[in-house]
Design a binder for this molecule. Structure first.
Ligand code: NAD
Length: 265
């Protein structure tokens, strides 16, 4: 019996990186998992690649193409998962984007893109998951992906930081509003995790003149990690499975830092 056996979960941003790892770890502990992403072809491949992993636990796996900023698509994703699994117990709002720009160069387009996916996408994801859970009448868990950028403002990524601070406040607001329905809302805040997002951030920082060579930005960001190294997605999933499990039932409104001791707040 796994730690989340029988739980029906959706993970957004699950075509790669942290989201994929969250979904795979949930499967390993017996949950049914819907991998969801704006990259529909890639997330379908991820689901197919995990068929054996699911079968080994007697769990089920499916996938959905979704733009988390589009409420109708989010609703359709939830309807799909509920159609396959019969219910929704846990929703991870993990999809996120970044696009570094020097603070003084940040444009409305840059702001709206990042706040749209990371902020509004989280809001819509919470609302629509909660609507489903309220209709079911048996509570549930919503888990949001925050960041060290939820705790400190960094230059060159100001809208990203603002969007991740928004994730913290949405987690608190949602926790307060949804407690009466037995729905917990929590989040986790990774530090520097070696994923495609960071590789792209590295390239973008060079492009805007904030770094001179590949890897320089990641090294600079990582130099104060007490654990002495950047994270891999596998460093994150012990906590995310915990937040999806009954072991975290008395937690709500909280963000768990998983940053190797980078920001002690
Ligand atoms: P990633 O870029 O590897 O994966 C993000 C996924 O989100 C991609 O598959 C992408 O297609 C998907 N996505 C983007 N826009 C979407 C949309 N509108 N609708 C649905 N899916 C969409 O990134 P990652 O490093 O795995 O990051 C996952 C989450 O963790 C993000 O919220 C990110 O901000 C957060 N985070 C990452 C780090 C890090 O160091 N990598 C640190 C802190 C927080």
């Amino acid at each position: 019996m796994g730690r989340v056996s029988g739980r029906s979960c959706i993970v957004t941003g699950a075509a790669q990186g942290i989201g994929r790892a969250i979904g795979e770890a949930l499967l390993d502990e017996g949950a049914d998992v819907c991998f969801a992403d704006i990259n529909g072809a890639k997330v379908a491949e991820v689901a197919a690649a995990n068929a054996d992993r699911a079968a080994a636990q007697g769990a089920r796996v499916t996938h959905a193409a979704v733009d988390v900023t589009d409420r109708a698509q989010v609703r359709a994703m939830i309807d799909h998962a509920v159609g396959v699994f019969g219910k929704l117990d846990v929703k991870f709002n993990n999809a996120g984007v970044n696009k570094p720009m020097n603070f003084m160069d940040v444009t409305e387009d840059n702001w709206n893109f990042i706040m749209g996916v990371n902020g509004l996408g989280c809001m819509i994801g919470m609302q629509e998951a909660a609507r489903q859970m309220i209709a079911q009448g048996s509570g549930g868990k919503i888990v949001n992906t925050a960041s060290i950028a939820s705790r400190q403002g960094f230059d060159n990524v100001a809208p990203y930081c603002a969007s991740k601070w928004a994730v913290v406040s949405l987690t608190q607001s949602g926790a307060r509003d949804l407690a009466k329905h037995g729905i917990s809302v929590t989040g986790f805040a990774p530090g520097v995790v070696a994923t495609e997002m960071w590789e792209q951030v590295d390239r973008d920082l060079m492009e805007i003149g904030a770094a001179e060579r590949p890897g320089q930005a990641m090294e600079a960001f990582s130099s104060e990690i007490l654990k002495g190294r950047v994270a891999t997605p596998a460093d994150i999933t012990g906590t995310t499975t915990f937040l999806a499990s009954a072991d975290s039932d008395y937690m709500t409104g909280q963000i768990v830092m998983i940053d190797g001791g980078m920001t002690l707040v």
